[in-house]
Design a protein around this ligand. Structure first.
Ligand SMILES: Cc1cc2nc3c(=O)[nH]c(=O)nc-3n(C[C@H](O)[C@H](O)[C@H](O)COP(=O)(O)OP(=O)(O)OC[C@H]3O[C@@H](n4cnc5c(N)ncnc54)[C@H](O)[C@@H]3O)c2cc1C
Length: 407
């Protein structure tokens, strides 16, 4: 790597992990070229907000509806995110449904422990806030949305090369960071019908045992899936939903088995409407993995033909479960008048143990990993993704991989 210029870093994935890394690198004084590559239309990943150009008041947190910080010493990025009002303390009430119909209001599950926060005006504001912190601390980050990185390779100069599906070179950088496991996990081959895992192919030419170890570990990570039903009620029909004494219902193991649901998140909109997002159980999603939802990003990206019959069946099954399980608390609940759509998360939650922190930085091949799939506090949650970005930034700076301010 030439010594005369700052090293460049390319980050794949503008989820919480990738955005936290970018923010923390800049806050720590790294001034080199930083690019961020994201296949979605904006930042957020699994903590994004579905918005509509034709209906600007509509905001649906279709992945994570909030974040919880469980350790006393929160991630460093939390304070500036709060100060900038990108996130705000979440004060809704949680309930736990046990078995068929035993509801405990005020009892959280593992995703509700500790201090709770939500994006202000939508969960995507968390990542937007992180990117704004980055911009405020140093040179602009080159963010590229709507761009799927398909191929990775190391060029003759030793730089990492990022290419699109047609093999067109999009960028070269000294360091590569994977803010998602997609390019390193066999699920990419199943999803896209690719002949090989892109990162494994690139690594084969490098002979870096640490990188090989990291990639084998990532390839072995199992992911829980979710099929989420998104419902939007008009102001009149929203009244019973907005009057409920809880904003989020979690389902215990027996309730998940009974209803096929893991969670119901109730999201009132400022204009009187109400969004309800029903997250399926892992086993329900596993049984319907090939039903993406015609309005989902995956269906668009894969150019899948509509499968309205099967989609309707899944929507109907989840709708009925919502109606029946909430019947004791909502008088005459019905969902047929709601605008409904399906959103499938094929890789919603990583199953422990994940990628050990000591493998997050492979200096020999100039590769870093961040995201909720790294072991440590907050694994599988936004807290873990935030912390992983911060840890990787420190690792990159301490390893002398990239240069920032001495702290
Ligand atoms: C339904 C649901 C509910 C959840 N509820 C909670 C909760 O209550 N609390 C909580 O803390 N967490 C929750 N989570 C988990 C939380 O959303 C994640 O832990 C967190 O968002 C992970 O962030 P990340 O940056 O690690 O990964 P991601 O959000 O997955 O970000 C990775 C990004 O990389 C992009 N990408 C991948 N490959 C490529 C490529 N080749 N080219 C370009 N871009 C690429 C993806 O599009 C994505 O945007 C929930 C998740 C889901 C799905």
């Amino acid at each position: 790597m030439p010594r005369s210029r700052a090293a460049s870093v390319a980050v794949i994935g503008a989820g919480v992990g990738g955005c936290a890394l970018v923010a923390q690198l800049r806050r720590r004084g790294f001034r080199g070229p930083l690019s961020l590559w994201e296949t979605g239309r904006g930042p957020g990943g699994r903590a994004s907000t579905r918005r509509s150009r034709s209906d600007p008041a509509l905001a649906i947190d279709h992945g994570s509806p909030l974040l919880n910080i469980t350790a006393e010493a929160g991630p460093e990025l939390l304070a500036p995110l709060l100060a900038g009002e990108w996130i705000t303390p979440w004060s809704g009430l949680m309930a736990l449904l046990e078995g068929e119909s035993k509801l405990h209001i005020g009892r959280p599950d593992a995703l509700g422990l500790g201090a709770l926060y939500a994006g202000r005006g939508g969960m995507d504001h968390l990542c937007r806030g992180l990117l704004t912190l980055a911009e405020a601390a140093g040179p602009s980050v080159q963010a590229h949305y709507g761009t799927l990185i398909r191929h990775l390779e190391v060029g003759p100069s030793g730089a990492w090369r990022l290419l699109d599906r047609d093999g067109v070179l999009l960028a070269e950088a000294d360091w590569l960071v994977l803010g998602s496991t997609l390019l390193a996990h066999p699920r990419s081959c199943l999803l896209f019908d690719w002949p090989e895992v892109p990162m494994a192919r690139a690594a084969a030419a490098l002979g870096d045992l640490q990188l090989d170890h990291a990639l084998t570990t990532i390839a072995g990570i199992r992911w829980e899936a979710r099929s989420n039903l998104l419902l939007v009620f008009d102001a009149e029909r929203a009244i019973p939903w907005r009057s409920l004494p809880f904003a989020l219902v979690n389902f215990d193991a027996a309730a998940q088995q009974r209803w096929g649901l893991r969670r119901i998140s109730i999201q009132p909109l400022p204009d009187g409407r109400c969004v309800v997002v029903a997250h399926s159980s892992d086993s329900f999603a596993a049984d319907h993995l090939d039903v993406y939802g015609s309005r989902s990003a995956a269906a668009r990206m894969l150019a899948l033909p509509p499968d309205e019959g099967r989609e309707e069946t899944v929507i109907e099954a989840l709708s009925q479960a919502v109606v029946q399980c909430l019947a004791p608390w909502i008088d005459g609940v019905e969902v047929s008048s709601a605008d409904s759509q399906l959103m499938r998360w094929g890789a919603a939650f990583p199953v422990p143990p994940g990628l050990p922190s000591e493998l997050m930085l492979c200096s020999g091949s100039r590769v870093g990993f961040c995201g909720d799939y790294l072991t440590g506090v907050g694994f599988g949650r936004i807290e873990g993704a935030l912390r992983s970005g911060e840890r990787l930034a420190d690792g990159l700076l301490q390893a002398g991989g990239v240069e920032g301010r001495r702290s």
